[in-house]
Design a protein around this ligand. Sequence first.
Ligand SMILES: Nc1ncnc2c1ncn2[C@@H]1O[C@H](COP(=O)(O)OP(=O)(O)OP(=O)(O)O)[C@@H](O)[C@H]1O
Ligand code: SF4
Ligand SMILES: [Mg+2]
Length: 482
Amino acid sequence: MNDEKTILYVSHISKFFQTSGTILRKKRYIKAVDDVTFNLKEGETLGIVGETGCGKTTLGRSILQLIKPTSGDVFIDLPDDVMMEVMDIDKRLSTLEDEDDEEYAQLLDRYQVLSKEHSITKKGNRAMKKYRKIMQPVFQDPFSSLDPRKLIKDSIAEPMKLLTEMNQTEILDKEISLITEIGMSEDHLYRFPHEFSGGQRQRLGIARAISIEPRLMILDEPTSALDVSVQAQILNILKDLQKTRNISFIFISHHLSVIRMMSDRVAVMYLGKLVELSETEELFTDMLHPYTKALLSAIPIPDPTITRERIVLEGEIPSPANPPKGCYFHPRCPVAMKNCGWSARDLVEPIKDMLDPYRNQEASTLPEITEIVSDEQENIIDLIFAEGQTFDKEEVKAEIAKMIMKESSKKGGVKFSAIGDISYQETGELRLAIIEPDTPKLMEPRKDHFVSCLLFDYNYNDRKEESYGEAEGEEEKPSINL
Ligand SMILES: Nc1ncnc2c1ncn2[C@@H]1O[C@H](COP(=O)(O)OP(=O)(O)OP(=O)(O)O)[C@@H](O)[C@H]1O
Ligand code: SF4
Ligand SMILES: [Mg+2]
């Protein structure tokens, strides 16, 4: 693998799908891919892994421009100095905090010039022809590239006819050499797709993609539909083709063992976000992100003398149409902190339970609460007391604060520590205000090891010390303003 040449740089790519609205439901955006940045070297394989629906396919298709990304840039096969400049400016822009800063404005201007000139997201269909020759997809279902009504010969020839100047004889020669390279024979060219097994069809799909000698292949679950023994053959063919041609791969799979076998580096996605990226062995043995830890804890260890605790994540994967605030992983994160993104929607039901006298005896001494109303935008929960009651307001407030602190010290109670302020409103309700969440950025706490988690965000940890006076590593303590 060439350590120097970057063949692809994906910068802050997002793809939001708009859902159709109804009378009862407003239009929404599904954040399928949300601000993803990474680079890929020549001859390198970057594995992309994550649970179903986390945006792997959408990311691949956005890079290929098979779908138009909502925002962001894709730079491919640029002269080294231009690629380095783009990546360097982008890195500096993401580390500069003050967006009004003159340096920031100058860098942004230069970035925009480079983006306009070189990003394929800014290119029209005609200009894209050049890039379609450079990158080729292989999908899980080879039928998507092999027309069932066409001879294999004609399907494989299609990209060469469309994207190269090759004549018919050259195309046929190339097909014969390719079909031998993938372990099949010339007479297979004169058959139809249905005459082949799934594994053979996938080989033919690969031959079709490789026929125009792309520099980058985006392989989306290329072996997931195949038997394990056939999978291994296809993976080996891919590795051989890569070695002889020095092609770069983006290899998408939810099979961790396949990802480990194929990839030089691995990117982990969660709910459209890239949460961790590092060299493969480091990711599998010394992962940093709590989600990666949970994901990888499911892999069985072949050595029976080694035991590892399986981390079972609680709760459903949230909808990308309505992702949580702050860190998208916070509702399921076993080590979430109070600033990780808790909002009214996380707390309203637990608060209702806490204040329900049938569930919590301590609540029976409180005055009657008729309604608990939350506002996700304002990040508040209002407790509305029944009219006509007389009670010592300060005493009730202190009692509720005590109950919140008690809840926060229970297992899984960290969300309660996100309540930062309790105060009466002029209209009489008691308002629980939740602290402003922090959103993690992709940081590089170790060389070439990126992670998006507040535990590794030094800026956040500095700010945290300023505002809450908590030493690093010290347990989170609730601190409610009464
Ligand atoms: N055309 C579309 N319109 C609306 N939503 C879409 C569309 N395509 C994908 N999505 C949504 O975007 C999210 C990401 O989907 P995507 O197919 O990229 O995930 P994935 O990681 O490839 O999943 P899988 O492992 O199941 O293949 C999902 O919530 C999906 O429902
Ligand atoms: S920022 Fe880190 S610690 Fe906080 S919820 Fe996300 S993954 Fe967990
Ligand atoms: Mg997919």
